[in-house]
Write a protein that binds this ligand. Sequence first.
Ligand SMILES: NC(=O)c1ccc[n+]([C@@H]2O[C@H](COP(=O)([O-])OP(=O)(O)OC[C@H]3O[C@@H](n4cnc5c(N)ncnc54)[C@H](O)[C@@H]3O)[C@@H](O)[C@H]2O)c1
Ligand SMILES: O=C(O)C(=O)C[C@@H](O)[C@H](O)[C@H](O)COP(=O)(O)O
Ligand SMILES: [Zn+2]
Length: 371
Amino acid sequence: MPATKIVVNIPGEAPYDVRIGATVLAGLGESVRRLEKVGDAPHLLVITDSNVAPLYLDEAKSSLKAAGFRVSDVVVPAGEDSKSLAVAGEVWSAMAALGLTRDCAVVALGGGVVGDLAGFVASTYMRGIPFVQVPTSLLAMVDSSVGGKTGVNLPEGKNLVGTFKQPVYVCASTAVLATLDAREWACGCAEIAKASVIDSDEFFFWMMDHAAALDARDPVVVAEAIARSVVFKANVVAEDKTESRGVRECLNYGHTLGHAVESLAGYGTFSHGAAVAEGMRFAARLGMDVVGTSAELVEAQDELLDALGLPALAWSAPADEMLAAMKRDKKTRAGEVRFVLPRDIGQWELVAVPDDVILAHLRRWEASKSL
Ligand SMILES: NC(=O)c1ccc[n+]([C@@H]2O[C@H](COP(=O)([O-])OP(=O)(O)OC[C@H]3O[C@@H](n4cnc5c(N)ncnc54)[C@H](O)[C@@H]3O)[C@@H](O)[C@H]2O)c1
Ligand SMILES: O=C(O)C(=O)C[C@@H](O)[C@H](O)[C@H](O)COP(=O)(O)O
Ligand SMILES: [Zn+2]
């Protein structure tokens, strides 16, 4: 299968390519060498994690070195806990100790945790140096490597500290997905399902038709799912780069409850995608009361999530604690939690929902877990 190239063209930013294919990692060095801003960098820093390093760090570094770059690496512990200010501090110090200057660049080799962390340190070190995304998880390929949200978590909530910084290139090697386990596969599928509900009937029904093939990792279907998700996300971000025009919030469907689940259960207890899928189930049910979401949508979405290995979670926290965690969501304004709610497939609204309505749904949600 030939590689696919998608150009992400965001007003006010340099356009960048997303290359998707089985052999693109071998060409990483040459691709980076051809980049206007980074091609002459005297030193590259690859940031990766302890699971990905033994699998793909050598291949990535060899390709970069063969293209003439001096390359160093930093390996952080695998897992959501590495998306922290403490780990960012260690990486900043390593960058300074290596003598990285403003003409150097960062390469993020890993899942969304590495991508968000590496993007954050790249955007803040010396007030910003360029970075390349080499996503290795399905989630990172379909969502986090594109669009420029970077950041770390605080104990109080997910992604509460971060920046917007677009990568200069995204190299998505579908070959590396072979080593991803079932939990992480399903995690990536959740963000594709999210995109499909928000985007259109066409994407959603394509997902319904291809859920089994995606779950079975059919290479043609996987490549198409990644490309569809990237095109969808790139178009949204092009309209609203900094989430300030009431458009980009749609990418947060399922995340209001999802982020509260992740922080209250303890980071890493559930994958990000599993928490988002739970949040989509919750938001669609809330939508029935608030924006007239149909029972058919709720059922079809449940069916899709089930088929993708994303069952409802057997976990809950007290409704008042969930509401308090949700209030720290970035969509909150004047103390009101705003939810992305699907009126229909492809039609969504960002709605400030009164606390008593949220609490009533959270109590129902909590009770459903003890049945
Ligand atoms: N910036 C954004 O727009 C955005 C979008 C979606 C999610 N996110 C963030 O991304 C994070 C979740 O990303 P994730 O699901 O990739 O988690 P992750 O980065 O923790 O990766 C999941 C696990 O898979 C391992 N792994 C990654 N690639 C592998 C491979 N090819 N083979 C074997 N193991 C591999 C990792 O080491 C880790 O253990 C969350 O922090 C979430 O908030 C950010
Ligand atoms: O890119 C975006 O915009 C998204 O919201 C994508 C989400 O899937 C992602 O999880 C993002 O990190 C959430 O951002 P946040 O601003 O709610 O922290
Ligand atoms: Zn997400």
